[in-house]
Design a protein. Structure first.
Length: 105
């Protein structure tokens, strides 16, 4: 019985890895290509300039939090964000700094 289960798993084939561009085309292009709801468009530097100062992690968090269909899909969303960033010639920090809390003074 275990042999049959192993054979079925092997017969199903390997999972297909997808590039960020493929994920973008499948899941994101519908809105981002047209800039729906202020979604930053690929290759449009003006759409990205106000966002990139926050850093790559903040862009990924925003994509995960602002889009309910992205929940639980961190690797795919990260790949799609990286693809979008590759379409604009802007330096983006790989790290982001958390907002500073105002002191009570």
């Amino acid at each position: 019985m275990r042999g049959l289960a192993a054979a079925l798993l092997l017969a199903s084939g390997p999972a297909l890895a997808q590039t960020g561009g493929e994920i973008y085309s499948r899941d994101c292009a519908r809105c981002h290509d047209r800039g729906i709801a202020s979604a930053p468009r690929p290759s449009v530097v003006a759409d990205w300039k106000p966002r990139v100062g926050k850093g790559r992690p903040a862009l990924i968090r925003n994509a995960l939090g602002a889009r309910p269909h992205a929940a639980g899909r961190t690797p795919e969303v990260t790949a799609a964000v990286d693809y979008l960033l590759s379409t604009v010639d802007i330096l983006v920090n790989s790290y982001s700094e958390p907002p500073r809390l105002k002191s009570g003074k």
